[in-house]
Design a protein around this ligand. Structure first.
Ligand SMILES: C[S@@+](CC[C@H](N)C(=O)[O-])C[C@H]1O[C@@H](n2cnc3c(N)ncnc32)[C@H](O)[C@@H]1O
Ligand code: SF4
Length: 428
């Protein structure tokens, strides 16, 4: 743990966002998103066949009946937004879960409904579970215009998969990746998890080699987070989940970086490596987006808000009202901080990009110089032509800080929204 986290959190928050006190999300209905700049779309499908105990995402066990209620409601939610969507082009649609393909004919029906109501979308990205992506499903996704896939392989070791209670084995995972690559999608990403209980450096090296050698376009690696509200966090205290020690985790990251670089992949984010020229698979790193489905978040020019997590509560509000659980207004400074957070995660901060988003009078150095300069002195960041670049030691520290700080915001928000469908307020 980072020492003195509770003392540092308000100080860091103030330096980045201009506000030291905790953010408060309330029941207030946000305004309709009409001032969107290069927006993306998000669709959440909260169903899985098998619930993994470590999983922090909003998901329930799949039932055909509940899915039908969800499908009807999500189409109604899309219809509520029709005046914000009509004729507008979106940079991307990200379909996450849960397991979005758990009922893929139903998903495709939602996708058709959405596409009929928007001007266009440049990329469609979807999360897949290796056990829920047969060839018929993959072909149907391709025909429906899906461009990028991300497959949750997590590990190729049967014993580790068994230990984290995944419903697939190593061969099923590898075969899923091979089949996806053969179909010629624009980009195929694979998720692997490290810092798993009992995982050795040799286990991890074998996973990275196996997956990269299959020829994937992107590799994303996540240290196993243990959220207090997850099933795992509830049964075991968060600090009791045994993980490899920090020096081993550091070596795991170092190995991943070196091996990926050697095989021609370049680091594109703290935990991701990408083939040059390929589009990056990423979820909510966009500036503005509108989310549909239970627990989907939206970030608009004026508000950040989150739908209720409960599928039945979500369906009960529609078609008359938006199923927003909590929201908070977003001012320009907060928008800038949010933008900066994701650029740091992507390891590159560009002056031009900042001005493209916030106007030509906006200056990265004026807004954030006080924060960035000390990081340069600490060799965590370097000034390069046109912006800043996070160094390798910097990437390691972001990995540590991500665990300690930003996950605590998610923990408060998701923890409260999982407990009650309509919390009166959530302090982050
Ligand atoms: C929604 S899941 C992917 C699709 C599908 N549900 C599956 O599990 O294969 C998104 C990814 O989040 C990552 N993930 C899930 N729980 C995690 C945790 N507790 N810590 C770190 N990463 C996690 C996994 O790598 C997983 O592939
Ligand atoms: S990790 Fe994936 S399959 Fe497992 S419960 Fe979470 S969303 Fe579902």
């Amino acid at each position: 743990m980072i020492p003195g986290k509770t003392i540092w959190k308000p100080l860091v928050q103030r330096a980045v966002t201009g506000q030291a006190r905790r953010f408060c999300m309330t029941k207030t209905q946000p305004s309709w998103p009409d001032e969107l700049s290069a927006p993306g779309l998000y669709l959440h499908v909260p169903f899985c066949k098998n619930l993994c105990p470590y999983c922090p995402y909003n998901r329930v066990e799949y039932s055909a009946e509940l899915f039908m209620a969800y499908e009807r409601a999500v189409k109604q939610e899309i219809d509520l937004y029709s005046s914000c969507l009509r004729g507008r082009s979106f940079t991307s649609l990200y379909i996450g879960g849960g397991t979005p393909t758990v009922n893929w004919p139903g998903l495709l029906s939602i996708l058709r409904h959405l596409r009929e109501r928007i001007g266009g979308v440049a990329a469609i990205c979807i999360e897949l579970h290796p056990a829920n992506m047969d060839n018929d499903c993959l072909r149907a996704l391709k025909d429906a215009g899906v461009t990028m896939l991300s497959i949750g392989v997590e590990s190729t070791s049967d014993s580790l998969l068994d230990q984290i209670k995944r419903s697939h084995n190593g061969l099923v995972g590898i075969n899923a990746v091979e089949r996806a690559l053969q179909l010629g999608f624009e980009s195929v990403n694979v998720d692997l998890m490290f810092a798993l209980p009992g995982q050795t450096l040799a286990d991890w090296q074998a996973d990275v080699r196996t997956i990269v050698d299959l020829g994937v376009d992107q590799l994303s690696t996540y240290p196993m987070f243990s959220f207090p509200y997850s099933d795992l966090g509830q049964t075991k205290g968060i600090r009791q989940v045994e993980r490899p020690p920090h020096h081993v985790i550091k070596t795991m990251l170092k190995f991943t970086d070196e091996y990926c670089e050697k095989q021609g992949l370049r680091r594109c984010a703290v935990w991701s490596w990408l083939k040059p020229g390929k589009g990056k698979f990423s979820s909510i790193t966009r500036h503005h987006y509108i989310g549909f489905g239970p627990s989907a978040a939206s970030m608009t020019g004026s508000d950040f808000y989150v739908n209720t997590f409960d599928v039945s509560a979500y369906a009960s509000k529609l078609p008359s009202e938006r199923p927003v659980a909590v929201s908070m207004p977003v001012n320009r400074r907060l928008e800038m901080a949010y933008w900066l957070y994701w650029r740091v995660y992507e390891l590159k901060i560009s002056d031009c990009d900042f001005q493209r988003v916030f106007g030509k009078d906006a200056s990265l150095d004026t807004e954030f110089g006080h924060l960035l300069r000390p990081l340069i002195l600490m060799k965590l960041l370097e000034r390069v032509a046109g912006g800043y670049r996070v160094t390798k030691p910097g990437a390691y520290w972001i990995h540590r800080l991500q665990n300690e700080y930003s996950l605590s915001y998610i923990n408060h928000l998701w923890g409260a929204c999982r407990k009650e469908p309509w919390p009166s307020e959530v302090r982050l």
